[in-house]
Ligand binder design. Structure first.
Ligand code: ADP
Ligand code: MG
Length: 695
């Protein structure tokens, strides 16, 4: 099958709707999709029936309301289309009501305490802005998930609300620039997804990978990523077959899988789709992650989406490329070719810069998790400081605006100053800074702190809400201005002056930066326990309430859920470590030490006077390491018991960060040294070398 034929062949998209729905039905559905108009039940019945017929032709027997609870992954419950007839047979049926609302039992999803006050009932409501699709014999209907009392229980609803807020405020700005044609401004996202691919047998042999998604032990192999020979390297046959299969599966689901390549670390790869509207990008990213795992199994592989599956080599992120675009196709972060366009561009640009400065804490915590703590602010990773990269040229423009001096482009003639004072901007800022957490890359921003396993919803809710709120302030100011151009210039320059501290174009990984950032008063929230509680800071609750994204109660409950998730993950990791230490590592090293001792005794008996110093030294070393490892295991055991006494939330999270994590690190260091000193055949599981070079 050709790719254009294959593409979206399992998606109930606009084209299929148009083909299969009566004209009037299609029109009213389209209104719902494009303008958020409520859907009439009579229309829903017709749509449901057409959807069912189409899905059955594609081999579907079931349907599911597909939703995104706060676990960060998706949830589904399948119901078949069957409906009994009088003669003891069945027909396939699907009603408008079944399409529009579902009622899954909500009691076992995290609700951060909302559950206590409402009955177990939860509802799912169709999100017609994200197309339904068929996968594995089931019709999937993207839905939002909320409680009986109307509290939002998912990640999708607030994302949609944040997009709405951004739309409202961005349109106000566009109107000020005389734009009367744009009807909608959409936040767009293209997320580059990094992942590791390892042999399935290696995965099965490591309980840490099975239970926690990352290796809790593992000495550095002789070869890591130091030769930089993997990045963009030739793709191995087995990986290439996997990627081809993956692309095809994604294309069928209407996902614009575009770019694939090897990443920096051995066994690490990346897939990037073409950007789309944020909620669709978020839904599709969930499908990408799921499909990556599923296809891997077919190839005897395992796909690791954890942020740091292996210590000592690069972790995996999900670079969130973000911009705003109108329904008429204008990218609001694209520098224009005329000074008038640039005035508008500069305003949106400084709005994002201000949003990042004002809400550094929210951006930081939107990507905080036990897994991502290994990538951000940890020993071998970039610091957890949020800053914005704008590139040399834009920085020069910003500089000249701030100082009211003419801008001289690099090697170019002095730039023309339009709309009184705003210069004509370089069309393409191609210089890249891979160390910046929030980088302007020519016509979009790239938020690089997002972890590979994250839902795109969280970080984008924050970006959208924060930018929307700044645009609101801008619109308030400019709408009242007597001289628009003068007010615009004044606002841009003032915003630059007030938010300059967040701009940093240097090496974000250097130690100097951490010091400099501190001088500038930027936040450095080193781990999740430090970052997450700020979600419920007064200024943040106010932001979300103003933008109608979350209620105070929703913010508070979500903070609890995130903190709880952090401590749960660490508890599972701690228990898995204990299990592996007690059942595998200590017995294995004990066995090897016994062998060494026996050998020493034998040599001494048979060949008295022979040199056995090296073996003796090794045996002593292993004995002493075993001693300290069991000591630390005991310590961890006790800490995990102690942790249960902490009150939930912040206190428990802080206990884990301050007490549990360091002991886990010490245990690991000890076990890794044991691995390096133990003969291979005694070591109880595959090593880093085995795993990373297994495919
Ligand atoms: P790189 O690895 O060089 O940063 P990639 O090509 O891997 O770049 O990924 C860039 C991503 O940015 C793609 O997903 C692309 O679709 C996305 N992108 C491009 N323009 C926009 C935009 N206006 N809004 C959101 N995302 C965008
Ligand atoms: Mg890329």
């Amino acid at each position: 099958m050709s790719v254009p034929e294959l593409f979206a062949s399992n998606v109930f998209n606009a084209q299929v709707m148009q083909e299969r729905l009566p004209k009037e039905t299609y029109k009213s559905l389209k209104k719902t999709i494009d303008e958020g108009k409520p859907l009439d039940m009579s229309v829903a019945n017709v749509v449901a029936n057409a959807m069912k017929d189409w899905a059955v032709e594609k081999g579907a027997t079931h349907f599911t309301h597909w939703f995104q609870p706060m676990t960060g992954i998706t949830a589904e419950k399948h119901d078949s289309f069957i409906s009994p007839t009088k003669d003891g047979k069945v027909i396939m049926e699907f009603s408008g009501k079944e399409l529009v609302v579902g009622e899954p039992d909500a009691s076992s999803f995290p609700s951060g305490g909302v559950r206590a006050t409402f009955e177990a009932r939860g509802y799912t409501a169709w999100d017609p802005t994200s197309y339904a699709f068929v996968k594995d014999g089931t019709l999937y209907i993207p839905t939002a998930f909320f409680s009986y009392s109307g509290e939002v229980l998912d990640k999708k609803t607030p994302l949609l609300k944040s997009m709405e807020a951004l739309n409202t405020q961005a349109l106000r700005i566009l109107r000020l620039f005389g734009n009367t044609t744009a009807k909608r401004v959409n936040a767009t996202v293209g997320a580059e997804q990094e992942y590791f691919l390892i042999d399935r047998k290696m995965y099965d042999a490591r309980r840490d990978l099975v239970f926690t998604g990352r290796t809790l032990f593992g000495a550095k192999p002789p070869k890591g990523q130091e030769l930089e020979d993997h990045y963009f390297g030739a793709i191995k046959t087995r990986v290439s077959a996997y990627m081809k299969d993956l692309d095809e599966e994604l294309w069928k689901l209407g996902i614009l899988a575009k770019t694939k390549h090897n990443e920096v670390a051995p066994a690490q790869h990346e897939l990037a789709p073409i950007f789309t509207s944020t909620n669709v990008a978020s839904d599709q990213n969930q499908l990408i992650m799921e499909t990556m795992k599923k296809v891997a199994v077919r190839h005897g592989l395992y796909c690791l989406l954890h942020e740091k599956p292996f210590a000592g080599i690069n972790g995996s992120g999900k670079h969130n490329n973000w911009s705003m675009s109108t329904d008429t196709g204008m990218n609001l972060l694209d520098p224009g070719s005329t000074p008038a366009e640039n005035g508008q561009f500069m305003l949106f640009l400084v709005a994002v810069i201000k949003a990042v400065n004002d809400y550094q804490d929210l951006l930081r915590l939107s990507v905080a998790s036990a897994g991502n703590d290994h990538r951000l602010g940890a020993n071998e990773a970039p610091p957890a400081i949020v800053s914005v990269f704008v590139g040399e040229e834009l920085e020069a423009v910003i500089d000249s605006l701030e100082k009211s001096i003419p801008y001289k482009g690099k090697g170019k003639k002095t730039m023309k100053l339009g709309v009184d004072t705003l210069p004509e901007l370089p069309k393409d800022t191609t210089d890249r800074n891979r160390t910046s957490p929030f980088a302007f890359t020519g016509n979009k921003f790239e938020f690089r702190m997002v972890g590979s396993s994250f839902s795109l919803a969280g970080p984008n809710i924050v970006i959208n809400a924060a930018v929307a709120d700044v645009l609101r302030q801008f619109a308030d100011e400019l709408e009242g201005a007597k001289d628009f151009n003068a007010a615009l210039h004044d606002l841009v320059v003032r915003t630059i002056k007030e938010n300059k501290r967040i701009i940093f174009n240097g090496d974000g990984y250097s130690e100097d930066w951490a010091k400099e950032a501190e001088k500038r008063g930027l936040l450095n929230l080193k781990n999740s326990a430090e970052a997450l509680p700020h979600f419920a800071d007064k200024k943040n609750i106010e932001l979300f309430e103003r933008m109608k994204v979350f209620t105070e109660r929703e913010v508070v409950t979500r903070t609890e859920i995130m903190l709880e998730n952090y401590t749960k993950v660490l508890t599972i990791e701690g228990l898995t470590m204990l299990d592996m230490v007690k059942k595998d590592i200590l017995p294995a090293v004990g066995e090897y030490t016994d062998v060494l001792c026996k050998k020493i005794a034998d040599v001494k008996a048979v060949l008295p006077g022979s040199e056995v110093g090296a073996d003796e030294k090794l045996a002593r070393k292993l004995l002493s390491l075993s001693g300290s490892l069991s000591g630390k295991a005991e310590q961890l055991d006790e800490l995990l018991i102690e942790a249960k006494a902490c009150s939930e939330g912040k206190e428990a999270a802080e206990f884990f960060a301050a007490k549990v994590v360091p002991v886990m690190q010490e245990m690991r260091a000890c076990a890794d040294e044991m691995e390096q000193n133990t003969a291979k055949k005694y070591w109880p599981f595959p090593t880093y070398g085995d795993i990373l070079f297994s495919v």
